[in-house]
Design a protein around this ligand. Sequence first.
Ligand code: GLN
Length: 320
Amino acid sequence: MVLNPSNPVQPQKSLNLNNRFQVSGQRLWQWYQHAIADLSQEQLRSRVDLKQELDWLLLEVSELEPLDLRLTPSESQQIQLQMPLTELQQLWQQRLAENRPVQHLTGTAHWRQFHLQVSKDVLIPRPETELLIDLAMDAAHNSARLQEANLWADLGTGSGAISLGLAMAFPQATVHTVDCSQAALAMAQRNSQTYGLDQQIHFHLGEWFQPLVGLESQFSGIVSNPPYIPTAVLPTLQPEVFEYEPHLALDGGTDGLEAMREIVAIAPQYLQPGGVLLLEMMSGQDKAVEALLINQGQYEQIQIYPDLADIPRFAQAYRI
Ligand code: GLN
């Protein structure tokens, strides 16, 4: 649940070319070194890696590459920034003083190969969620019945990350994307347009399966990262999450499993036989989610997969 910006080393840069400010490399270098030196011991010990976030912010708003942050600039070097250095300084101060997520300072986040727009209306896509797309691709690869996987659903899309990942992974597929927040859906749609994937994705406003009525038994796969944090746990999350991210995307009710229960119960009606359900969950929920899937009675090959920290975080089940 740590909100580090994923993959600070990303190939695509989004420097806004209409908005360029020059600063001498040495001036920027001094600022960067001071910003590092100013991090207190307490900040360095905190749950978030502020040095990594500082690097991420600097890379995001400049033309610098990760290696540049390790080299002292030459006397004459000029660096292009998206904003004046004073503004960058202010943003960094906001990060430190107000706990604003660094992705909200720039309105961007990296996820898989995408450079997404984010805002307070959507959950900042997390690195571990990237694995859901790998699991979907493996499922399609390993199951003869899914070889022609061509209809997917992403329930509770937020920024649209999972839908974009699915659309890119399955170029022949159509993705039905659902969110109950109009603002989130608009953001997901914008992100899909950036990557030319909006023709492949259908956007639906509504709760879970409700907008998909009429598409019963048709889905090759249903993927969701639903809200799964128990309500009482929410205030214990890091302030960057609790104070800035939409509780709608986090709060899974008393035991965290409210949305999960509904999705597990109804997904078989919408999956084709052999279709796959893929869910992200919180650490510690694996046994409960596995039991929900078993007790539903219409799933087989139920499996739990770990995240990169080896914590069980994903459930996969096929419609009998
Ligand atoms: N993974 C998110 C977090 O770290 C929670 C997302 C969710 O509830 N689906 O807070």
